[in-house]
Design a protein. Sequence first.
Length: 419
Amino acid sequence: MIELTSTVDDRYLTDEHRMLRAMIREFAENEIVPIAREIDAQARFPWENVAKMAELGLFGVPWPEEYGGAGMDALGAALVSEELAKFCPSHSITVGATITLAAAPIYDFGTEDQKRKYLTRLARGEVLGAFGLTEPDAGSDAQGTKTRAEEKSDHWVLNGSKIFITNGGVGEIFVVTAVTGDSSGGRKEISSFILTKPTRDLEEAKAVGVGHAADLDYTPGFRHGKKEDKLGWRGSDTSELIFEDAIVPKENMLGQRGHGFKNFMRTLDGGRVSMASHLLGIAEGALEHTIKFTQERVQFNTRICDFQAIRFELADWWTRIEAGKHLVYHAAMLKQAGQPYSKEAAMAKLFCSELADWATTKAVQFHGGYGYTTEYPVERLMRDARIGGIGEGTSEIQRIVIARHLLGPEQRPVEKRAQ
Ligand code: COS
């Protein structure tokens, strides 16, 4: 694939970032491109490449070396999502979800023991992780959580379920929310916990040597449910999580009791930067394919890239990519600097989700009939892009977050929350 260049990179990236990106690109060209179409068609989870990505250290990019990481930063993590997504968004989200949704809350809110026990395994890619927030009645309204945790003498008992969980079936370490107290002041008391279970794919994990840690203390009463059959991200795993009198030791509460909602919101801010970079990568990948195709395709004795109608669209496309890069890299740098970045994360995610949808639709259009077939990767990228306006907070939720920064919170009856 033709590699897009960008002077935006000069503004943000260090030599280490560039080396990381070059390493991922080489890996993707050699190991991902040959299987990307097949894992999409078969909805097969690419365990062989999970092992290789673990070996390259991709799961540990932003974590300190003492926890098994590479000691890089939030921008490094964003680059992992972006570069993998150019080639295969399913690979990208498998790594991105483990970093930003499972490992990040443990790094941000965990005790030293929790970090040693769980973060190190996630950072080394020994097992995959996931984050359980969404429930059948708690999607955009994340406070609608119905999963409950009942306090016993030395443990908690969880009952309920989570849906649409990336890595839910393949993963082993999970951070989930549950209601730990009755509603007060119009709000439920929500806390978060670390749970573990064996991966669904025991044989495959054992064959490649990652994905299963037999010595993890698995949570009794916790299991994965059905795996979703999806429009896109078909090489990634999206599954249900089920808690049936799941027994969670007291020391597995993550962060303070009652801080689960706020902590999850903070985790989602980081997840949104990762999703934004993922979607930026999809738009870039689609453009790289389209440049090549439009330079080779001849109609009316003319390369189609020489038609002004195509040139203008390609110019808009690249311009939007450069704008998306500024938003994403800026949000990642604010996060790294410990400055507020909720609004910037929401803006980056909103912008890049619309960019990825638009760009991949254009890519299919410019490829003509070829673009509509699975011979070319752009139809897969178009399907993969569609999750951008839905996952990690819909575009409507991003607009709510941005508008609150602009106008302050909207007025609404508090008693509605108590229901
Ligand atoms: N960081 C830290 N704290 C935050 C926060 C953030 N990004 N966002 C909200 N909070 C805090 C608020 O400050 C408030 O704290 P106080 O109780 O001290 O006032 C508390 O959390 C509740 O916030 P709020 O009243 O805004 O909650 P709402 O129920 O109105 O929900 C939205 C806010 C809609 C923004 C939230 O529910 C949301 O992001 N929903 C989408 C969930 C989502 O993305 N799901 C996809 C998961 S896929 S992994």
